[in-house]
Design a protein around this ligand. Structure first.
Ligand SMILES: CC(C)(COP(=O)(O)OP(=O)(O)OC[C@H]1O[C@@H](n2cnc3c(N)ncnc32)[C@H](O)[C@@H]1OP(=O)(O)O)[C@@H](O)C(=O)NCCC(=O)NCCS
Length: 265
């Protein structure tokens, strides 16, 4: 009567019919559905032949990233959401992944409770800000070596297209090589760092997935991104920065707080 299986193309409509974004407005699941069918593991829960819930897991290095957990409201509070997460974890464990992470809107208390009941803890809290592209002058430059920024990294993770990844030495080297790391340097010393990327979900959005350093330095990194956005005609710049990072700048729109949840498998 009840089974967990791989999601299919034809599950899309019945699932989207009950999906509302847990954050606001339209659910992003519609846009990622086709990609999720090909990427990682996309699970569906079936009840009497009909899909009543989904959950996606993607794998990177040492981690499984769990996202897009949705259960039809008529079938909630029965442990189905938990079962889908546990199945994703089981698959990850079989593949020898050691860490599971997910991001949950801070006000989504139900989901946070669900994650905690499965053994997840809040690893960190991250704020989302929006910033409009604008012609700007900036003193930030592209970083040239991991040594420049190692003292400015004060987080286990950085984010990229709404996924968080381990911020270890190899990640830092890759980000430097890909020229995704910006620094603000004064007297030969880096005073601020920012990691950026193009959004995978939305072509017209630029993102900052990590930011730290002096106020002036971070502002210059944001100016750099505003100008980049202006030059490439982006709609907006999304910034994800840890709650402890005090960001203040004209035009910066502070939006929502998210909990990064972690479990050692
Ligand atoms: C969050 C969500 C996936 C939870 O799904 P769910 O199937 O209701 O989750 P579960 O049943 O596993 O757990 C929810 C509650 O049911 C309880 N429960 C579990 N098994 C139960 C059972 N057999 N009988 C009664 N209650 C049960 C759990 O203890 C939990 O209670 P609590 O919230 O009071 O702690 C669902 O509410 C949803 O789709 N929300 C909208 C989308 C969303 O927010 N997604 C998460 C984004 S990160």
């Amino acid at each position: 009567m009840l089974q967990i299986r791989k999601a299919t193309k034809s599950d899309k409509k019945p699932i989207l019919d009950f999906c509302q974004s847990p954050y606001s407005g339209v659910d992003y699941i519609a846009d990622v559905w086709d990609f999720w069918l090909k990427d990682g593991t996309f699970l569906a829960m079936e009840h009497k032949g009909k899909p009543i819930g989904v959950c996606h897991a993607s794998f990177s290095k040492n981690q499984v990233w769990i996202e897009g957990l949705r259960i039809n409201p008529k079938f909630r509070q029965k442990g189905y959401g938990s079962s889908l997460v546990l199945r994703a974890e089981q698959i990850a464990k079989r593949k020898h992944y050691k860490i599971s992470r997910m991001i949950i809107y801070n006000e989504n208390k139900k989901s946070i409770r669900l994650a905690k009941s499965l053994g997840y803890t809040i690893e960190d809290k991250w704020y989302l800000y929006n910033l409009k592209p604008k012609r700007q002058q900036s003193l930030a430059v592209v970083a040239s070596s991991p040594r420049q920024i190692e003292n400015l990294i004060d987080s286990n993770t950085y984010s990229k297209s709404w996924k968080w990844f381990a911020f270890d030495k190899s990640a830092v080297s890759k980000l430097i090589k890909k020229r995704k790391t910006l620094v603000f340097i004064k007297n030969k010393k880096a005073l601020a760092v920012g990691i950026w990327n193009d959004s995978k979900l939305d072509n017209d959005v630029l993102q900052i997935g990590y930011l730290n350093g002096s106020k002036v330095g971070m502002k210059n990194i944001l100016y750099h991104m505003q100008n980049k956005g202006y030059l490439q005609n982006s709609k907006r710049i999304q910034i994800l920065a840890q709650q402890k990072i005090k960001l203040q700048m004209k035009d910066l729109d502070k939006r929502m707080l998210f909990c990064l949840m972690k479990k050692v498998l």
